[in-house]
Design a protein around this ligand. Structure first.
Ligand code: NAP
Ligand code: GDD
Length: 323
C-alpha cells in the first residue's frame, strides 16, 4: 500500500513546519506550497528540506493552486497560508481579505477542479469569536469578529462549511485558539516577550514596549495543535472542531512568568505604548475543547507555564550562542 500524501499551504510558517514534521513521522509524502520571494524564507523547514517537496504557488493565483494540487496528487490538503497578523489587517484590509478569505475559496476550487475526494482542512481561528457572545466558546457560539482578519476568517470558515454541504466534500474547519512555540513569528506578543526577556537577561536590550496587558488568551503549544488538525481529517465524517486548552491567561501573566523564569521583575523593564493598542480588541478568549476531546481523542500536553518557559529557554539559547 502506498503511503498517503499531503499538500500544506503555509508550510514556511509556524504551524506548517510542525505539521510537516508530524505528517513525515506518519509516513506521508509531504508537499508544501511556497510563494516566490527574492530571498529564501525556509528557516523553519530548513531541517526538513531533504524530506519534503516544495511547489511554487500563491494563494492569490488560482492557476498556481490547481497546478500545485495536480503535482502533489494529495489525499489531504491543509490550508494554513494566510495574512495571519491581526494588526496588519487594519492597514491592509483588502490584501487580508484576498488571502485569508478568498484564498480559501481558491484552494477549494482547485481541489474541486482536480479531485473533489481530496480531504481539506481550513485553519480557522478563535479571532472569529471577537467580542465573545458566551464564555467559554464552543463550536456553536455565534461569531462577532473584531478585526478585518477576524472577518476574513469568518468567510473562510463558512465557505468551507458551504463546500462540504454544497458538494459533499470532506472539508473541515479547525477553530484554533492561540498556539505558540519557539518558532512563533517575532511580532506576536508571546514571542515578542520571550525574545525580549532573553535579550534583556543577556544585556542586549533594556526594555520591552507592549500594548494592552489585560487582554486574555487561551494559549497552547503549536506542536500539540497540528496533531488535532490531522485527526480531523482521519475521521469517518467531516466536521468542525475547536482546539483549545480550556484555560485563559492575561498578557500580563505571560510577561510575569517569562521574566520570573530568568529572575527578573517585569515591572522594571516593561513600558506601555498606547499606539500598540488595537482599534477594536478581543478582550477574552477561552475555548471549550470538549468536542475534540470526545470525538478526536485530542488533548493538549504542554501547560501554560511549560510553554512560557520553553519559549524563553529557546530564545536564551539562540541569543546565548550569538553573544
Ligand atoms: P504564520 O506563521 O504567519 O504562517 C503563515 C503562512 O502563510 C506562511 O507560510 C506564509 O508564507 C504563508 N503565506 C502568506 N501569504 C501567502 C500567499 N499569498 N501565498 C501562499 N502562502 C502565503 O501563521 P501560523 O501561526 O503558522 O498560522 C497558520 C494558520 O493558522 C494561519 O492561517 C493563521 O491565520 C491560522 N491560525 C493561527 C493561530 C495561531 O495561534 N498560530 C490560531 C488560529 C488560526 P511566507 O513565509 O512566504 O510569508
Ligand atoms: N502582537 C502584539 N504586540 N500584541 C500585543 C502587544 C504587542 O506589543 N501588547 C499587547 N498585545 C496583546 C494584543 O492586543 C492581543 O490582545 C494579545 O496581545 C495577543 O496578540 P497576538 O499575539 O498578536 O495574537 P492575536 O490573538 O491577535 O492573534 C493570534 O491568534 C489568533 C487566534 O486567536 C494570531 O496567531 C492569529 O493569526 C490567530 O488567528
Amino acid at each position: 500500500m502506498h503511503g498517503k500524501s499531503a499538500l500544506i499551504t503555509g508550510i514556511t510558517g509556524q504551524d506548517g513546519s510542525y505539521l510537516a514534521e508530524w505528517l513525515l513521522s506518519r509516513g506521508y509524502r509531504v508537499y508544501g506550497l511556497v510563494r516566490r520571494s527574492s530571498t529564501e524564507n525556509l528557516e523553519r523547514i530548513e531541517h526538513l528540506k531533504e524530506q519534503i517537496n516544495l511547489i511554487s504557488g500563491d494563494l492569490l493565483d488560482q492557476k498556481s493552486l490547481i497546478a500545485a494540487v495536480e503535482t502533489a496528487c494529495p489525499d489531504e490538503v491543509y490550508n494554513l497560508a494566510a495574512q495571519s497578523f491581526v494588526p496588519v489587517s487594519w492597514h491592509q484590509p483588502v490584501l487580508t481579505a484576498e488571502l485569508t478569505a478568498l484564498g480559501v475559496t481558491r484552494m477549494l476550487e482547485a481541489i474541486r477542479t482536480v479531485n473533489d475526494k481530496i480531504r481539506f482542512y481550513q485553519a480557522s481561528s478563535s479571532e472569529m469569536f471577537g467580542r465573545v457572545q458566551e464564555v467559554p466558546q464552543t463550536e456553536k457560539t455565534p461569531f462577532y469578529p473584531r478585526s478585518p482578519y477576524g472577518v476574513a476568517k469568518v468567510y473562510g470558515h463558512w465557505i468551507t462549511v458551504n463546500y462540504r454541504e454544497s458538494y459533499g466534500m470532506f472539508a473541515c474547519s479547525g477553530i484554533l485558539f492561540n498556539h505558540e512555540s519557539p518558532r512563533r513569528g517575532l511580532e506576536f506578543v508571546t514571542r515578542k516577550i520571550t525574545n525580549a526577556v532573553a535579550r534583556i537577561k543577556l544585556g542586549l536590550q533594556d526594555r520591552l514596549v507592549l500594548g494592552n496587558l489585560e487582554a486574555r488568551r487561551d494559549w497552547g503549544y503549536a506542536g500539540d495543535y497540528v496533531k488535532g488538525m490531522w485527526l480531523m481529517l482521519q475521521q469517518e465524517t467531516p466536521g468542525d472542531y475547536i482546539l483549545a486548552t480550556g484555560e485563559t491567561h492575561t498578557v500580563r501573566e505571560f510577561v510575569k512568568i517569562a521574566f520570573e523564569h530568568v529572575d527578573l521583575d517585569y515591572e522594571k523593564y516593561v513600558v506601555i505604548d498606547p499606539r500598540l493598542f488595537r482599534p477594536a480588541e478581543v478582550d477574552l478568549l477561552l475555548g471549550d475543547p470538549s468536542k475534540a476531546r470526545a470525538g478526536l481523542g485530542w488533548q493538549p500536553e504542554v501547560s501554560f507555564e511549560q510553554l512560557v518557559k520553553m519559549m524563553v529557554d529557546a530564545d536564551l539559547a539562540r541569543w546565548g550562542k550569538k553573544v
